[in-house]
Design a protein around this ligand. Structure first.
Ligand SMILES: *[C@@H]1O[C@H](CO)[C@@H](O)[C@H](O)[C@H]1NC(C)=O
Ligand SMILES: *[C@@H]1O[C@H](CO)[C@@H](O)[C@H](O)[C@H]1NC(C)=O
Length: 340
């Protein structure tokens, strides 16, 4: 079911309610307030979008809407922060170049960043409970290098795009999507997909591993599968799509001679199994709850918006001053690279 419904979304106005919006690049920086709060630098580089109050500490008690003056998302009541690791290309001479993000399909003026979805159950009537102030969570694990075949591993995948977003049009994770980084050049770039859990324990805004307070629904969220007893509260399904612009790196003469692929995440993972995504809730008031209760689509009259051009102007300076965009002899933070 999910694939058919999301495919409809990609082609035209959605038949099923879901928010899908662009959050342009706010900053690329080596900080990680969820996993390494206060550290500047943290171990590896991230690309971050959302409210401009983002910094290395992000105390759960701060009011993100009040402490931000702009957001790089097109819904202007959303001062949440969303982030993922960064992709690098390694040329045959052993030097690394950062792969930029580019605008996802139908969000073309966006300055890269992340496409964010908030998805209520597809029956368009089962209510979900929006996140509370201070809520945060993580999906994926930077130390994974194999397919762990658990609930979480099913929710992280890559799409190898043909030119102009061509190829598979099904839901993320279906069709030819892989759980590992594509092993061949992708003419239209690579899209990384991260689905977050949809059940909450109803109590904890966070947990030591940033995961145990949430869980995946049995039988899948889209099918309106039940939440486990330990995590009874249905929350919106968050999906991040990141469009990596690998197009300038598709020259076969620059790819490794041993047939391996040349891309790796900023934490040194050339498999892709370690892909992960971080979320810090920061919507103003009850805006997200209202949007979910209204089963809003892409054009949500419940919510205030800004143009993508205005969203592109919301940027901050990196806290960590280091070269990230020239040809580098090692990854930022000297992260060692592993291929398996
Ligand atoms: C982050 O910002 C908050 C206010 O928004 C401030 O209180 C805190 O000191 C900042 N932390 C760092 C590490 O800059
Ligand atoms: C390494 O290869 C890249 C890609 O061909 C090139 O742009 C870069 O200048 C090379 N660096 C060195 C130090 O040769």
């Amino acid at each position: 079911m999910r694939s058919k419904l999301l495919a409809t979304l990609a082609l035209s106005a959605p038949a099923h309610a879901m928010l899908r919006f662009s959050c342009s690049q706010l900053v690329v920086d080596r900080i990680d307030p969820l996993v390494q709060p206060g550290a500047a630098p943290s171990s590896h580089l991230h690309q971050i979008v959302g409210g401009n109050s983002f910094n290395a500490s992000m105390d759960p008690n701060i009011e993100l809407p009040e402490s931000s003056t702009c957001t790089s998302c097109t819904f202007t009541e959303d001062f949440s922060n969303y982030w993922t690791a960064v992709l690098y290309f390694r040329a045959r001479n052993g030097t690394y170049k950062r792969v930029p993000t580019f605008a996802n399909q139908y969000l073309e003026p966006a300055n890269g960043g992340i496409t964010v979805y908030y998805i209520p159950p597809y029956d368009n009537k089962t209510p979900v409970t929006a996140f509370q102030k201070g809520f945060r969570m993580l999906v994926g694990s930077s130390t994974k290098r194999t397919d762990t075949k658990d609930d979480e591993a099913q929710q992280l995948s890559f799409r190898c795009w043909d030119k102009n977003f061509g190829g598979d049009i099904g839901a993320p994770g279906t069709g030819k999507d892989t759980k590992y980084l594509p092993n061949k050049p992708c003419p239209g770039g690579i899209r990384a997909n991260h689905f977050f859990p949809t059940c909450w324990d109803g109590k904890n805004l966070d947990s030591p591993d940033h995961k145990s307070h949430v869980a995946y629904a049995k039988g899948g969220f889209a099918s309106n599968g039940p939440c486990p007893d330990s995590h009874p509260v249905k929350i919106p399904q968050i999906l991040y799509e990141v469009a990596w612009d690998t197009r300038e790196f598709n020259n076969p003469d620059e790819w490794p001679e041993d047939g391996s692929q040349p891309f790796m995440f900023s934490f040194g993972d050339a498999t892709g199994y370690g892909t992960h995504a971080d979320y810090l809730f920061g919507w103003k008031g009850d805006a997200l709850q209202r949007a979910m209760d209204a089963f809003c689509g892409v054009n949500c009259l419940e919510l205030k918006t800004q143009s993508t051009h205005a969203a592109n102007r919301c940027t901050i300076k990196p806290k960590v001053n280091e070269p990230i965009d020239e040809w580098l002899t090692e990854l930022p933070g000297r992260m060692p690279v592993t291929w398996s």
